[in-house]
Design a protein around this ligand. Structure first.
Ligand SMILES: Cc1cc2nc3c(=O)[nH]c(=O)nc-3n(C[C@H](O)[C@H](O)[C@H](O)COP(=O)(O)O)c2cc1C
Length: 363
């Protein structure tokens, strides 16, 4: 007898199933845009495979009756050591769009990094009241960039996440094949006057980025950004200790070890493999975050064990949004939390501070 569970039918999937639930609900173009990566997608696969190379070394007979998943970052206590990575175009995935994502984040107290390329204006996303950061793409038009930064600050965004790994756009074969574009009436809600450049035709997004974003940026621009924003700036997209050293030297308030989810340049290492060298270089002077390949709560724990202070989740949250709007994102956050808590208890770790390199072994 097949039992119906109407109350939770919408969201009774696990983290292993959410991508396929999303796939069934999305047009091919939207699914491919989110799932795919650059070139032959080797780095995309590597990001996930890297986590499978680590095993836990559980310790027992530790009193784990009381556990605390919270962590301090950028002057705030976060209930869990992970948040939502910036992802573009949420209304492509669900009618609730960025507002739905933000309400889910707010309900769980989880930080939500909102993309420059959101399909809901940053002020409207802020209404949900989630702890929030603003992901910035610096445009050639510095007045426009400055106004984005000022608007974000005015709307209560607590940090800028400056994405530096996209001086030119990626070569994404699936998007080319699908002639990816934002279907009307969706638009880049943060700057309507560039709408025409983003839409339509093969490589619409690439044309937008290549014509509007500034490929001449250098480390000198970090000081400018800190100055005009007055906000902490996390540099997103670093993969080498050399760049991590420069970030610290030039005054970054933190960094995100990221390869854009394998979406910019293929053939770069998995973020988890790039992490330890960067952590060693930074020596705790500023927080080091990681994104890429985090699919499970246990993955967050592996990243923390290898020295990350915090993890960001991209695709899993997008799939949750596609599968169930706000409720779907909330379910993804709850499952990640549940799995992380479970893995901490079963490895004898009571708090994030208890997590160190002795927790994992490479196989
Ligand atoms: C659909 C999608 C859109 C994205 N849009 C942006 C963006 O606008 N800005 C940005 O800095 N990163 C963007 N990213 C990259 C994410 O911030 C993050 O680096 C990546 O998704 C992490 O890998 P994961 O998807 O394996 O968790 C996007 C990723 C996806 C999947």
């Amino acid at each position: 007898v097949k039992r119906e569970r109407p109350a939770d039918r919408l969201v009774d999937w696990s983290l292993g199933e959410v991508e396929s639930v999303a796939k069934a609900r999305l047009p091919q173009m939207a699914f491919d845009y989110a799932q795919g990566g650059a070139g032959p997608e080797r780095t995309l696969a590597e990001n996930v495979a890297a986590f499978a190379r680590y095993r836990f070394r559980p310790r027992f007979l530790v009193d784990v009756s009381k556990r605390d998943l919270s962590t301090r970052l950028l002057g705030r206590t976060h209930p869990v050591p992970f948040g939502l990575a910036p992802t573009a175009f949420h209304r492509l995935f669900h009618a609730e769009g960025e507002a739905g994502t933000a309400r889910a984040a707010a309900s769980r107290g989880v930080v939500h990094c909102v993309s420059t390329l959101s399909t809901t204006a940053l002020e409207e996303v802020a209404q949900a009241g989630a702890p929030r950061w603003f992901q910035l793409y610096v445009h050639r038009d510095r007045a426009l960039t400055r106004s984005l930064v000022e608007r974000a600050k005015g709307a209560g965004y607590e940090a800028l996440v400056w994405t530096v790994d996209a001086p030119v756009w990626a070569l994404r074969e699936r998007d080319r094949r699908n002639r990816f574009s934002l279907p009307p009436p969706l638009k880049l809600a943060n700057f309507e006057r560039y709408l025409d450049k983003a839409g339509g035709g093969a490589d619409g997004l690439a044309n937008y980025v290549n014509s509007q974003l500034d490929p001449s940026l250098t480390w000198d621009d970090l000081a400018w950004l800190k100055d005009v924003s007055g906000l902490p700036v996390l540099v997103k997209g670093l993969l080498t200790p050399e760049d991590a050293a420069l970030a610290v030297e030039r005054g970054a308030d933190g960094m995100v070890v990221s390869n854009h989810g394998g979406r910019m340049l293929d053939h770069v290492p998995a973020t988890l493999d790039a992490l330890p060298g960067i952590v060693q270089e930074v020596r705790g002077r500023v927080p080091v975050l990681l994104d890429g390949g985090v699919r499970r709560g246990a993955d967050v724990l592996v990243a923390l064990a290898l020295g990350a202070d915090f993890a960001l989740v991209g695709r899993q949250a997008v799939w949750g949004l596609a599968a169930g709007g706000e409720a779907g994102v909330a379910r993804v956050l709850d499952l990640l939390r549940e799995e992380l808590d479970n893995a901490m208890a079963l490895t004898g770790r009571r708090s994030v501070a208890d997590v160190d390199a002795s927790l994992v072994a490479r196989v």
